[in-house]
Design a protein around this ligand. Structure first.
Ligand code: HEC
Ligand code: HEC
Length: 427
């Protein structure tokens, strides 16, 4: 059902963009209609600034604790986040997930919950503390004697009002991914992903679909969004982002879960439920689905050229699939991911399982749009926690299932390594 309303100028501008996406992603035969008005309402929600108290600025409903005031705080221009510029500046475009082992169970942290929310309500509810990232560097030497410096994050948490985290607390630092083109990835069927996983054994890698609980209580479903592919679809991720990152309740998350020690939070949260309606979340999803894929994805795969050849020869394409088919659509999606979990080894492990994903398992990051991000960001950070400053560093962190690919890269000549990185930046 589509509500008919004259589109606003912004909606018309979006419609033009969508026409371009449509060229890339022809819609299912018989349903060419785009709900332009719904997408426009979704854009407004995505850019909405949420306030914590009935103040004049923004729509009320955020908090009591939150990590931002709007989706844009972490996904500026619907893009990806960057790590803090220095150890003095707190993390803003990412989050820190927390949990604690109790026997065989993995539970949210008893005092801080499952995500450290930096913001509270001034004078009423304390924020949960700040995350500062210090980088520790180490140098590695490649086969031809080239030295490369890699950095790994060491976290310093400050201003923790409910006590320090005990040594057995499991933490995971995550930067916000880019959001363009996710609608195309949502259209890849679970069957396709299962088939890709089964086919990978021959290539020496062993990706697996992350089966996560079905919100409706049915059979487990295939997760695909988030760095560990915890969410099966954009609706689940959008409702989760509203709740976890902004503190906005909905039918999906009807009550704030203030840990018992946070009584100020519980007091303020009492009676707050459904701060956003299901129909609004549906509009937000329409907007997310309409966000165009990076412009480079419109081109045919750059099959020619040395970089492309090296990408395949080194085994990168086994996980970073150049094309994924979408049932019912003629055009595949060219995101250079398989949406599967892969064990990338102890160096990248956060030691914190999430769902069925182990600490070292991550969803293959899509490679489209990386060049544009690297060119634009003042402090670019690749990989889930932003530790890699360049494509080369990102590759050198690959281990575990991707060790053979990384070693193949390490054996290349400097000129070949540059050709490969240039290819990845062009995707
Ligand atoms: C405080 C920062 C922050 C804010 C604010 C935020 N996000 Fe995110 N977003 C993240 C992080 C971090 C991830 C990766 C999460 C993970 O790995 O589980 C993410 C992931 C996502 C994804 C999945 C992307 C992918 O490639 O799988 C979507 C969709 C998304 N966010 C939408 C939203 C929307 C919509 C809002 C506003 C309601 C929002 N986000 C607000 C940090 C943020
Ligand atoms: C076994 C599967 C696998 C293979 C093989 C593999 N990768 Fe990856 N790649 C991943 C996963 C999983 C991630 C996400 C890791 C993370 O988020 O920390 C990733 C992340 C990346 C990133 C960072 C992307 C971003 O958005 O931050 C780059 C760049 C990359 N890979 C390039 C390559 C190249 C080039 C090769 C070949 C030399 C390669 N990969 C081989 C699985 C693989």
């Amino acid at each position: 059902m589509f509500r008919v309303r004259p589109p606003s100028p912004a909606a018309l501008a979006l419609a033009v963009t969508l026409a371009c996406v449509a060229a890339l992603a022809p819609s299912r035969a018989g349903t060419p209609v785009q709900d332009v008005a719904g997408i426009e309402r979704g854009r407004i929600l995505f850019e909405q600034r949420w306030s914590v108290a009935p103040s004049g600025l923004g729509r009320w409903g955020r908090g009591p604790t939150s990590n931002g005031e709007t989706c844009l705080d972490c996904h500026a221009g619907a893009g990806r986040g960057s790590p803090p510029a220095s150890a003095e500046v707190p993390l803003r475009q990412g989050v820190l997930r927390l949990s604690q082992r109790v026997g065989a169970l993995l539970l949210p942290h008893p005092a801080y919950g499952n995500q450290l929310q930096y913001q509270g309500v001034l004078g009423k509810v304390p924020g949960e503390g700040e995350v500062h990232v210090e980088w520790h560097e180490h140098v590695i030497t490649l086969a031809d004697g080239t030295r490369a410096s890699l950095r790994r994050p060491v976290l310093h948490l400050t201003g923790l009002p409910f006590g320090e985290l005990s040594a057995d607390t499991l933490v995971s630092l995550r930067l916000a991914p880019a959001l363009g083109g996710l609608g195309l990835l949502e259209d890849v069927s679970a069957t396709t992903l299962a088939r890709v996983a089964a086919g990978q054994r021959a290539a020496g890698v062993s990706g697996r679909a992350h089966l996560v609980p079905d919100a409706g209580g049915g059979e487990p479903v295939t997760g695909r969004f988030g760095h560990k592919a915890m969410q099966p679809d954009l609706r689940a991720r959008a409702a989760g982002a509203l709740f976890m990152d902004l503190g906005i309740t909905s039918s999906h998350f009807p009550a704030h879960d203030c840990p018992p020690v946070q009584w100020e939070c519980a007091r303020l949260a009492a009676g707050e439920s459904r701060e956003i309606e299901d129909a609004e979340i549906a509009d937000l999803v329409l907007y997310l689905r309409a966000l165009p894929a990076p412009a480079s994805a419109l081109r045919e795969p750059a099959a020619a050229g040395e970089g492309a050849r090296l990408f395949t020869a080194a085994g990168c394409a086994a996980c970073h699939l150049p094309e994924l088919g979408r049932e019912g659509y003629a055009e595949p999606v060219r995101a250079y991911t398989d949406l599967l979990l892969h064990d990338l080894g102890p160096g990248l492990s956060d030691g914190r399982p999430e769902g069925a994903a182990e600490g070292g398992e991550w969803r293959t990051a899509p490679l489209w749009g990386l060049g544009a991000y690297l060119a634009r960001a003042a402090h670019a950070g690749l990989l889930h926690d932003g530790r890699a400053r360049t494509i080369a560093e990102a590759i050198l962190w690959h281990d575990g299932e991707a060790r053979a690919a990384r070693d193949a890269y390490g054996r290349m000549s400097a000129r070949q390594r540059e050709a490969l990185a240039a290819f990845v930046e062009s995707l």
